[in-house]
Write a protein that binds this ligand. Structure first.
Ligand SMILES: Cc1cc2nc3c(=O)[nH]c(=O)nc-3n(C[C@H](O)[C@H](O)[C@H](O)COP(=O)(O)O)c2cc1C
Length: 335
């Protein structure tokens, strides 16, 4: 294990509607060191909406990055300052989201066609805050598939002071694909990300897209500074408990699934008092906790059953634990 590990060595991706505060709290129960990202917060949403609603975070979440969506340098600089004031450890600019709504706002992936504007945005943010300003982007847009396109983008944005690039290793097709299809259909080209690292050895290059196992993470880390996982981490979170030991040189996570669940129930109770958050808004992020175990489907059904919403979280947890225990006892009896 190298002694000077990059802070970006391993991270969980920003995912709209998924990596909210509650999800990040859950992930933090599984890995202490992995970097976490917020959902994308637009400059408009932050400047005209509630800071607390968008930016509230828990002390345990660090290291945690705020991802911003926008394309107006002054607004981004102001939002970066607000994010830094709330305690975020990094401000990340989204240059990879292909949604039509985001394109109408002229930010996200379509910004890759305007490296000079992105450079202006980055410079304004770098001048405004002391925490690192990073960029998450694609390898190209539409049918622009040359390496030179992404190389020139990274080169221009690095000139403005960005030192960390998180590269989702597929193009964004701005017309005709939904955001979901845009995460599946344009082909993955990890070798372009490796090439960026070779060409810009002084920059931190983080690979994202289609990574689904610890073995793949380890292999990519031979070529780049970091790896970011999105869907796999969200749907199958338990392997994250091995990451601190395997990838960070830290202690293994000693907790059992039941202990993690108990920590989440305590959090649900605290959130209900502090913020009026219903437990279901938190439980929805932990439905993959027992993935692969006997009884997991029934356990998940209990935590996602809307008829149980009026019950206290501790009671739902007790019911979920009972079905798991029953299934596991049945399995033992059948041996
Ligand atoms: C539900 C969902 C929401 C997403 N929202 C964002 C977002 O807000 N900002 C962003 O940069 N990428 C977003 N992404 C893309 C992910 O960050 C990541 O780049 C993509 O899923 C590829 O990584 P993966 O194959 O490991 O999932 C989202 C992905 C999903 C599945």
């Amino acid at each position: 294990m190298p002694t000077d590990l990059s802070p970006w060595r391993l991270s969980v991706a920003p995912m709209l509607d998924w990596t909210d505060k509650h999800c990040r709290f859950f992930h933090r129960q599984l890995t202490q060191k992995t970097r976490l990202y917020t959902e994308m917060v637009t400059t408009g949403g932050l400047l005209h909406g509630s800071e607390r609603r968008h930016l509230r975070l828990d002390d345990c979440e660090h290291p945690v990055a705020l991802q911003l969506g926008g394309s107006e340098p002054h607004e981004l600089a102001r939002c970066a300052q607000i994010g830094a004031r709330w305690g975020y450890d990094e401000i990340n600019l989204n240059c990879g989201c292909p949604s039509e709504r985001v394109q109408r706002g002229a930010f996200g992936a379509c910004l890759m066609a305007e490296p000079t504007l992105v450079a202006d945005c980055v410079k304004a943010m770098v001048d405004a805050v002391d925490v690192p300003v990073t960029v998450k982007h694609r390898i190209g847009i539409d049918r622009e598939e040359s390496y030179a396109f992404v190389r020139d983008f990274v080169g221009a944005v690095a000139q403005a002071g960005c030192r960390v690039f998180i590269v989702h290793a597929r193009n964004a097709w701005l017309k005709g694909l939904s955001p979901k299809e845009n995460r599946e259909i344009p082909p993955l080209r990890h070798e372009l990300v490796y090439r960026l690292k070779r060409e810009f050895p002084q920059l931190s290059i983080v690979l994202n897209g289609g990574v689904t196992s610890d073995a793949q993470i380890a292999a990519h880390l031979q070529q780049v500074d970091g790896v970011m996982l999105g869907r796999e981490a969200y749907h199958h979170p338990w392997p994250m408990t091995g990451w601190d030991a395997r990838f960070w040189g830290g202690a293994p996570n000693p907790r059992t699934r039941a202990e993690v669940e108990a920590a989440m129930v305590a959090y649900m109770q605290r959130e209900a008092i502090e913020d009026g958050t219903p437990w279901s808004a938190i439980a929805r992020h932990m439905l993959g906790l027992h993935h692969g175990e006997r009884g997991a489907r029934l356990w998940r059904q209990i935590w996602s059953d809307h008829r149980r919403k009026p019950l206290p979280a501790a009671e739902v947890a007790a019911q979920a634990a009972a079905v798991l225990a029953e299934r596991q006892a049945q399995a033992l009896a059948s041996i």
